[in-house]
Design a protein around this ligand. Structure first.
Ligand SMILES: [Mg+2]
Length: 219
């Protein structure tokens, strides 16, 4: 029997939390180079809170949109500042986009990636080149839209999205921060990968693994 779409989305958030726990120290180290060194802890708190909220949801009755909006409020309640409102806005936007979907096909996945990206961009009023998580989310959303428009098969689709995300994170190394705490150190931020971009690329990697049909079915 295949897992319900809502269950697949909920297990995606569990896998994201596990990934953040594994990479927590590394993310905080990246943040320590250009910020206040708390990014790993912040993301850990946020994703643990998401899963605590999701565990209260009846996944046999919940819609994809319910899972995503629960994630949004869980993250925001746990992480009030900086990253909190950004991901909360992205997830809330994704919840709206999912209202028309009851399956996690590539059309739904594209809507989710585009909505998270658009929500973060509007909330943070940022753009590519600012040395933030948008340097990952915006190219990932572009790659998803292109792959979808070209009707690429699932493997090629996720390969394109993950590659765009990884390249976006790596590119922040040669950028000078103009936003957030890292902007205070400007030139000193050169040569360091932005921690928010690094965690965004990890989340997209997990998304690719969790939302592939072979992973969802028969689990
Ligand atoms: Mg920080």
């Amino acid at each position: 029997m295949s897992k319900s779409a809502a269950r697949s989305m909920a297990s995606m958030f569990q896998m994201m939390s596990q990934m953040i726990e594994t990479e927590k120290d590394h993310l905080s180290e990246l943040d320590g180079a250009i910020g206040d060194g708390d990014h790993g802890i912040t993301m850990s708190i946020g994703f643990l809170a998401i899963n605590a909220e999701l565990s209260k949801l009846d996944l046999d009755r919940a819609s994809l949109s319910d899972v995503m909006s629960t994630a949004a409020s869980g993250f925001l309640n746990a992480v009030g500042a900086s990253t909190g409102p950004l991901y909360a806005t992205g997830f809330r936007r994704a919840a709206k986009a999912l209202a028309g979907h009851d399956a996690l096909d590539l059309s739904a996945c594209t809507d989710v990636i585009e909505a998270i990206s658009a929500g973060i961009r509007e909330r943070g009023k940022g753009q590519r080149g600012d040395k933030t998580m948008l340097d990952v989310w915006l190219p990932a959303a572009d790659a998803a839209a292109h792959a979808r428009a070209e009707n690429k098969p699932v493997d090629a689709y996720w390969h394109d999205v993950v590659t765009a995300a990884d390249n976006g994170a790596a590119a922040t190394r040669s950028m000078i921060a103009t936003k957030g705490r890292a902007a205070r150190v400007r030139e000193r931020s050169l040569g360091h990968i932005d921690p928010g971009a690094a965690s965004a690329a990890l989340l997209i990697r997990v998304m690719a693994e969790a939302l592939r049909p072979d992973r969802r079915d028969g689990a």
